[in-house]
Design a protein around this ligand. Structure first.
Ligand SMILES: Nc1ncnc2c1ncn2[C@@H]1O[C@H](COP(=O)(O)OP(=O)(O)OP(=O)(O)O)[C@@H](O)[C@H]1O
Ligand SMILES: [Mg+2]
Length: 295
């Protein structure tokens, strides 16, 4: 049975809405001479994937900080579903967005509790379902204590890739319309990174996703790629267009496909074939309509 049918049964549909807009946003950290973000405008529509890439220090993570209101822009505005985020309560804003980082924050409890952190009301059945969709169920069930396994301080008893798959399961339960992924595969070796790609795609399908990444595993899936340099968006477009026109993106792509940055080999990973974005059945947007209200 395709994964999407299972998702429909468990009610793990994406929430509605999720328009994210940055409108000429400029921001400078206190005491810094130069703005970290300059005149950035972007639109991430519901269900779309925007990939933000660029050199270290370019200002990518700062965009995340601004979206979650850890800081407010000096100039310009950020809107969620048309409302300036300064007019939303922090609770409302942050319950609409899931942030997944390079290092997942796991606490020293059981695997079950770490996944359920995404939705404390989740039943064991839904936790197991989320783990299955996140490709985590296999390794969890192979552990002698299964879901009762203690993950250790910071998830130290698990590998980096296992921690990321738990984070994906947690995010599936959290089920927000907007996802922000900041370097979700960075720091993983090629094999572990590859294992995270398919569950990441399942998580992203049907949600507004802003994916910040140096590595371009998912470049073909992106509806739009933004290349940030010294706080500004210097290039924007699809992978095909940007790789063809030359410039900063073509350089980044060249570096990766030449093996300078460890790429996912196309031969070994058919799921990220060139020119065939969102090939997996659960990525079909029409299948991700919200469930009709139960009578
Ligand atoms: N809390 C902070 N206080 C002051 N300056 C900061 C702070 N966080 C980041 N910066 C500076 O802002 C700029 C942008 O940083 P940011 O973390 O957004 O870059 P990035 O593109 O995410 O880099 P990386 O790819 O290394 O994660 C950098 O010059 C950085 O030194
Ligand atoms: Mg960063």
């Amino acid at each position: 049975m395709p994964a999407v049918a299972d998702l429909a049964q468990t009610g793990m549909h994406h929430a509605q809405g999720g328009w994210v807009e940055f409108d000429s946003v400029t921001f400078r950290y206190p005491d810094q001479p130069k703005p970290a973000v300059r005149d950035v405008s972007l639109v991430a529509a519901p269900g779309r994937l925007v990939l933000v890439t660029g050199s270290s220090g370019a200002g990518k993570s700062t965009l995340t900080q601004l979206l979650l209101r850890f800081h407010d822009p000096e100039d310009g505005s950020i809107r969620l579903d048309g409302t300036d985020i300064r007019n939303l309560t922090l609770r409302r804003l942050r319950s609409s967005v899931t942030l997944m980082l390079q290092e997942t924050m796991l606490f020293d409890g059981t695997i079950r509790d770490n996944i359920a952190y995404g939705d404390p009301t989740a039943t064991d059945e839904r936790i197991a379902e989320a783990a299955r969709i996140a490709d985590a169920a296999g390794f969890i069930e192979a552990l002698p204590q299964g879901y009762d396994t203690i993950v250790g301080q910071g998830g130290g008893n698990l590998s980096g890739g296992q921690r990321q798959r738990l984070a994906i399961a947690r995010a599936l339960l959290r089920n927000t319309p907007v996802l922000v992924l900041d370097e979700p595969t960075t720091g993983l070796d090629a094999v572990a990174a590859r294992k995270v790609i398919a569950p990441l795609r399942r998580l992203m399908a049907g949600r507004t996703t802003i994916l910040i990444s140096h590595d371009l595993h998912l470049a073909h899936d992106a509806d739009e790629i933004l290349v940030v340099d010294q706080g500004r968006i210097v290039q924007r477009g699809t992978h095909a267009r940007l790789a063809a026109v030359g410039g900063k993106y073509a350089e980044l792509w060249q570096a990766q496909s030449a093996g300078v940055v460890e790429p996912v080999s196309r031969e070994r990973e058919p799921a990220v074939q060139v020119g065939r974005p969102l090939t997996l059945p659960f990525a079909e947007p029409s299948l991700w309509r919200p469930a009709p209200a139960q009578p």
